[in-house]
Structures are given as structure tokens and as C-alpha cells.
Design a protein around this ligand. Structure first.
Ligand code: SAM
Ligand code: DTB
Ligand code: SF4
Length: 365
């Protein structure tokens, strides 16, 4: 595994675009089948009402975004969604919950049942549930989980400008807990949140220095949602996305780079260049967690046009077996940080959210 430096990543990122794409395409062909793109479907199993202050997120309860809080989905709802996703070419179902962290309670027991249900459909099961202890990771692994998604989002420095309710070190600790139980790691970030290029590259540097490197690296373009502190962020240009995909490809040659949120703003030509530059996966389905995404039939047409085929499930690792639970909690609860520093934009949009909710209550009466 090469130990990249920031200067090397900067040189790559700023090199002439077509040379960068060519280099990335060459690395891609050495490590992956360029004719295949893996398809994941996202399913928000527990939406909204999240206590955190992530400045980009429509599910944070404190902002006024129109996302309603829902209870956990039932086994039947998840099974139906998974079967549909599989029939439309998805090899993986990624279940997301708007939680700060996993708690050892009945809701987590239910998530364990959901994981078993999807594993039995012979799909790769991924979950993104917030911060996770090693014991909780082990329970998920025993239930047949394939991957855990937990993004670094951005550089450690810029992270402090967007989230005050949890720390970067907790993100790294969660990834470490996931690795310890041999789950595959999915971790990437978001571009277009007002960060500079060095923040993006520092995030890639941190990811590339994880040993082993993450199995998959989602690159999201910010979906700027009304009511969040990032509602007025300018969309990132496709050229920045292509550069980011290409540098990720080169820095982490064996990882699957996932062209994630933000595809509704991208042309087929733009996405084609991303695939050329090493993107090997997408999220399909008309909804990501709460925001729009291209329709799956549109994506299948794009695959046809570009000569791409969806990757079969378990192409990289065997299907995990569902095991009897091997580890009983020792009762210890992981202590996660709560930095609590002031982020002006988050405070302003929290106040705006409170005011709008007050007005709505008055109007209801
Ligand atoms: N609550 C859990 C957590 O934060 O880890 C899991 C769900 S959370 C929505 C998963 C990831 O979605 C975030 O880490 C972030 O990278 C991405 N995300 C959230 N809102 C986004 C947005 N508006 N645009 C792009 N990506 C977003
Ligand atoms: C990831 O990197 N992107 C996905 C998934 N992992 C969980 C989430 C994108 C969410 C976009 C905003 C929304 O739909 O709420
Ligand atoms: Fe909550 Fe996750 Fe959204 Fe942050 S990103 S507000 S933790 S759902």
C-alpha cells in the first residue's frame, strides 16, 4: 500500500484533466473490470428527527426541511423494497437510519432482524446507522451484514465547521470497530460544502492511510436542501467531481469508488467521464435517503448506452453466513464525544427552524 502525501495528491488533482482521467482509467483497468458498475439501492429505514447538527443534512430535527420523522420500517416493508431493488439490478441494499449512534435497545434488535431478512434474499447488506461500538458491529456481522457505511465527510479541520455534536475521532473509531469484526468498510465524503480542494484531498489522504484501505469510497456532491445551513451552496461543477473520482481511484486502487449523491445534476456525458475515471458503483432508485435521484430505468438506459453491466452480488467477498450471536455485551457503553463548539450557520438555521415550527403550530390552531 503506497503511503501518499498531500503534495502528491495535489499534483494529481491539479494535473491536466484528460491526463488525470487517462491515468485513473489505467489504474482502474489494472484492478477492476471497467465494463461493470455495481448498483446499490438506498433505503431509509428510520427517517428524520435526528438530534445531530450536521450542516448538510435534511434529517437533522433542528432544521426546517420538510422531512417528516418516521418510525423504523417493518420487516415486510424492507423485504418488499429489497426484492424490488434486486429485480432491478441492485446487488446491495444500504439501510440508513437517522441516528447519532446505535443503542443497545429493541430498535437495534429489530435492525438485526432486517439484516438477516435481506441477507436471506442473497443480496449484499449494508447499513449506515451512525456511530457504532465493536460489540454492536459484531452483532451486525453475525446477522449477515456485508458492509458498514460511515463517512469521514471532509477533512478533520473543515469537519469542525459543519458539525459540532460529534468529533472526527469518533468517526475513525467507528471505522476501526467495523474493521475489527471483519465487516467491509464503506467510507467517503461530500464535496461542495464550501470546503477547499485541500480539504477534499486531506480527507482522501486519511482514507488512503487506513490499513487496509476502505472497500468502497462514496463520493457525494452536496444535495443542497432548503432549510439546512447549506441551502445556498453553489452546485459543484462536473469537472470537480471527475477530478475527485480520478484522484480517489488512483489513491485507493482496489477500492470501489461510488458516484453517490448529486447525480440528478449530472449529464450522462459527465457520468460517463466519471466511469472512465474509475467510478465503479452508483446508488440507484428515484430517492437517495430523502432527496431525489435519477430513476432506475434511466440508469439502466445509461448502462446500455455506455456498454456497462451491473456487478453480481458477492463478486469481491463471499456472502456472510448468518451466525448464532457469539458475543454478549459486557454492558460497557462506548463514550462518544460532543465537542459543542459554536458554528454560526448551524445556530442561525436552528433558530430559523424553531421560529418556523412555532409559526406552523400557531397556524394549525
Ligand atoms: N445518521 C448516520 C450517520 O450520519 O452516519 C447515517 C445516515 S447519514 C444521512 C449518511 C451520510 O449521508 C452522511 O455521512 C453524509 O455523508 C451523507 N449525506 C447526508 N446528507 C447529504 C446531502 N445533503 N448531500 C450529500 N450527502 C449527504
Ligand atoms: C453515502 O455516502 N451517501 C448516501 C449513503 N452513503 C448513506 C446518502 C446520501 C444522502 C443524500 C441526502 C438524502 O437523500 O437525504
Ligand atoms: Fe443525523 Fe446522520 Fe443526518 Fe447527521 S448525517 S443529522 S447524524 S442523519
Amino acid at each position: 500500500m503506497k503511503n501518499w502525501t498531500l503534495a502528491e495528491l495535489q499534483e494529481l488533482y491539479h494535473s491536466p484533466l484528460l491526463e488525470l482521467v487517462f491515468k485513473a482509467a489505467s489504474v482502474h483497468r489494472e484492478h477492476h473490470n471497467p465494463r461493470e458498475v455495481q448498483i446499490s439501492t438506498l433505503l431509509s429505514i428510520k427517517t428524520g428527527g435526528c438530534p445531530e447538527d450536521c450542516g448538510y443534512c435534511p434529517q437533522a430535527a433542528r432544521y426546517h426541511t420538510g422531512v417528516e420523522k418516521n418510525d423504523l420500517m417493518t420487516v415486510e416493508q424492507v423485504e418488499t423494497a429489497a426484492k424490488r431493488a434486486k429485480a432491478l439490478g441492485s446487488s446491495r441494499l444500504c439501510m440508513g437510519a437517522a441516528w447519532r449512534n446505535v443503542k443497545d435497545n429493541e430498535e437495534f434488535d429489530h435492525v438485526i432482524d432486517l439484516v438477516k431478512t435481506v441477507n436471506k434474499l442473497d443480496m449484499e447488506v449494508c447499513a449506515t446507522l451512525g456511530m457504532l461500538s465493536e460489540h454492536q458491529a459484531k452483532r451486525l456481522a453475525d446477522a449477515g451484514l456485508y458492509a458498514y457505511n460511515h463517512n469521514l465527510d471532509t477533512s478533520e479541520e473543515y469537519y469542525k465547521e459543519i458539525i459540532s455534536t460529534r468529533g472526527y475521532e469518533d468517526r475513525l473509531k467507528t471505522l476501526d470497530n467495523v474493521r475489527k469484526v471483519d465487516l467491509t468498510v464503506c467510507s467517503g465524503g461530500i464535496i461542495g460544502m464550501g470546503e477547499n480542494v485541500d480539504d477534499r484531498l486531506k480527507m482522501l489522504l486519511t482514507l488512503s492511510r487506513l490499513d487496509p484501505q476502505p472497500d468502497s469510497v462514496p463520493i457525494n456532491a452536496l444535495v443542497a436542501v432548503d432549510g439546512t445551513p447549506m441551502e445556498n451552496q453553489e452546485p459543484v461543477s462536473i469537472w470537480e467531481m471527475i477530478r475527485m473520482v480520478a484522484v480517489t481511484r488512483i489513491a485507493m486502487p482496489s477500492s470501489v469508488v461510488r458516484l453517490s449523491a448529486g447525480r440528478t445534476n449530472m449529464s450522462v456525458e459527465g457520468q460517463a467521464l466519471c466511469f472512465m475515471a474509475g467510478a465503479g458503483s452508483i446508488f440507484a432508485g428515484a430517492k437517495l435517503l430523502t432527496t431525489p435521484n435519477p430513476d432506475v430505468f434511466q440508469d439502466l438506459e445509461m448502462f446500455d448506452l455506455l456498454g456497462l453491466t451491473p456487478t453480481e452480488p458477492f463478486a469481491k467477498h463471499e456472502q456472510p453466513k448468518i451466525k448464532e450471536e457469539t458475543q454478549v455485551s459486557n454492558g460497557e457503553v462506548e463514550k462518544w464525544s460532543r465537542p459543542g463548539h459554536k458554528i454560526e450557520a448551524n445556530i442561525a438555521y436552528t433558530k430559523k427552524g424553531q421560529e418556523l415550527r412555532r409559526q406552523e403550530k400557531v397556524e394549525e390552531k
